[in-house]
Design a protein around this ligand. Structure first.
Ligand SMILES: [Mn+2]
Length: 302
């Protein structure tokens, strides 16, 4: 049995890719496979699952001694417990190559596209496997989410081709679906500050040290004005309690493509020259952590 599992603090792509990849492994390869998640789904993912009529994957406890297929990451810091004693048999991902290593040859599909589900769509095509409506909705939802409705600089022609074909199979109105999904994505009402910081928090190794960078997407900065102070306090707490050299949160306004980067920690001084006010950098035309936020931080922290 192959355990197909996405990254920690799972986003929609991580969940949808795990579900779809498990189906692809069964249909295209005849393997036994099961999708797992490293945490509860967000309300955005719940919306996509509901549209698809699919249940959320079970929570992954430990993968020690198991065959594992990674979707949407290749960093050990984002992998489940027991990964050192697991056999990684495959990868579908669209991030920079991380630090996983394997003992046996593996199947690795890593493309510089906007979404892991885009790669999966092309794998279904490659193997001539029929795409069900449920899987089409899951893949489309992940693509719309990851590319911020095709507006992110991470979005490629391959994502657009996949989304167009999947829209036909899903039989839905793409514009309406994008609007609905963006609304759920940017709705942070009733969410606690620590859950917002955790929501999409990623841990990156830098030499011997670690930094964490989270991201939340909103439709207007008014939504967070009264939360910034508490968010900064929460970021500071992460540094003192967990020893991170920097903890940062990209607060991204998807309506204007402006990101407010909040940051705390010992390495804050490296960012001070770029700050518009204490512990805040304003980043124009910035939607993507992978392609914009994190590369910029790496250079400045480097
Ligand atoms: Mn992704």
């Amino acid at each position: 049995m192959i355990q197909v599992v996405g990254h920690t603090n799972p986003d929609s792509d991580s969940i949808c890719s795990a579900l779809v990849a498990a189906d692809w492994l069964k249909a295209a390869r005849g393997y036994e496979a099961v999708a797992l998640a490293q945490g509860e789904v967000t309300s955005e993912t719940a919306f996509i699952l509901e549209q698809a009529g699919v249940q959320a994957p079970a929570i992954c406890e430990s993968v020690a001694g198991q065959k594992v297929w990674l979707v949407d990451y290749t960093d050990l810091t984002q992998a489940p417990r027991g990964i050192e004693e697991a056999e990684i048999v495959g990868i579908v991902d669209h991030h920079r190559l991380g630090d996983v290593t394997t003992t046996n040859p593996l199947e690795a599909w890593i493309w510089p596209v906007g979404c892991s589900c885009t790669i999966l769509y092309h794998l279904f095509k490659m193997e001539n496997v029929e795409i069900t409506r449920a899987n089409a909705v899951l893949m489309l939802g992940a693509i719309v989410s990851d590319t911020v409705a095709f507006r992110s600089p991470t979005c490629t022609e391959k994502d657009r081709v996949a989304a167009e074909a999947l829209t036909d199979i899903a039989g839905i109105n793409l514009d309406a679906f994008c609007d609905q999904l963006m609304q759920v994505k940017t709705n942070i009402e009733g969410l606690s500050v620590d859950s917002l910081v955790d929501r999409d928090l990623k841990k990156y190794p830098m030499g011997e040290d670690f930094v964490v960078v989270g991201q939340i997407e909103i439709a207007s900065f008014d939504q967070v004005d009264d939360k910034v102070e508490a968010m900064q306090a929460e970021l500071k707490k992460r540094c003192t309690e967990e020893g991170f050299k920097l903890s940062a949160l990209m607060v991204t306004n998807i309506a204007t493509s402006v990101t407010k980067l909040l940051f705390q920690g010992e390495w804050s001084e490296k960012l001070a020259a770029h700050a518009s006010e204490a512990n805040i950098v304003m980043m124009e035309n910035t939607l993507s952590r992978k392609k914009q936020g994190w590369p910029w931080l790496q250079t400045v922290l480097g």
